[in-house]
Design a protein around this ligand. Structure first.
Ligand code: MF3
Ligand code: CO
Length: 247
């Protein structure tokens, strides 16, 4: 686990800010009729205009700057000609590199008017992140975060995806440690100030099982139920964690 210096944290704040501002841009245009490819173009232009580099583009051969995952798609949906329609929910995942440092975050948006059950899923997913970070403090253990997220999600009748996890982040998009959204309190490495991690609960309305489509990327729920995603890059401190991908 790599502990960041103050200078490195400065650069991660800058990377995180680009990601957060890109969400502000996209929020205004996520409406029925827009295609996910259009969202990708807007995000890529904004990241580059902000002196960032889209972190996902070319990562393991990934063909776009953002992920856009609609309804039963969990994560890694590839932007394309699909038009968003009223009532859809769309998880947008964005990564940016600034001066060699990474920021990574995801939000799930309702498109136009969405059902109460979709709204609740989006809300519980976001809240689970905030429950998780109450444990993201120096001295606690990594799975204290995981356990908090899992308990909260399951007490709301949903399930957390097991096959994909959060991660350390810094000079690489994925660093040690892995940050599962399920686990046992008191387990895992001890958290230390200066550790930077991306916490990213993926929450399914139905069961936790997922599969990957034949495009090699898009992860969907095995039972076809709705799924939501919420993620921020954070820095552990001796007190409150610092969220780097919020403005
Ligand atoms: N937030 C995702 C992750 O942490 C985004 C990766 S998409 C990829 O893994 F295409 F870049 F792989
Ligand atoms: Co991530």
């Amino acid at each position: 686990m790599y502990i960041k210096s103050d200078r490195e944290l400065e650069l991660m704040r800058a990377a995180g800010r680009i990601v957060a501002e890109t969400f502000e841009k996209l929020k205004e245009v996520i409406k029925p009729g827009i295609t996910t490819k259009e969202l990708d173009h807007i995000a890529e232009r904004f990241i580059r205009d902000s002196k960032g580099i889209p972190a996902f583009l070319g990562y393991g051969g990934y063909p776009a700057s953002i992920c856009a995952s609609v309804n039963e798609e969990v994560v890694h949906g590839i932007p394309g000609r699909r038009m968003l329609k009223e009532g859809d929910i769309v998880g947008i995942d964005i990564g940016a590199i600034y001066e060699g440092y990474y920021g990574d975050a995801a939000r799930t948006f309702g498109v136009g008017n969405v059902s109460e059950k979709a709204k609740r899923l989006i809300e519980v997913t976001k809240n689970s992140f905030y429950r998780g970070i109450t444990m993201a403090v120096e001295g606690k253990r990594l799975q204290d975060i995981s356990h908090e997220i899992q308990t909260y999600v399951e007490s709301n009748g949903y399930s957390v995806v097991r096959d994909l996890v959060g991660h350390g982040i810094g000079k690489n998009m994925h660093e040690e440690p892995q940050v599962p959204n399920f686990g046992e309190s008191g387990k895992g490495p001890r958290l230390k100030a200066g550790l930077t991690i991306a916490i990213e609960p993926m929450v399914n309305e139905g069961r936790f099982h997922v599969r990957t489509l034949s495009d090699g990327w898009t992860v969907v729920t095995a039972d076809g139920s709705l799924s939501a995603h919420y993620e921020n890059t954070i820095a552990i401190t001796v007190g409150e964690p610092e969220i780097l991908t919020l403005i």
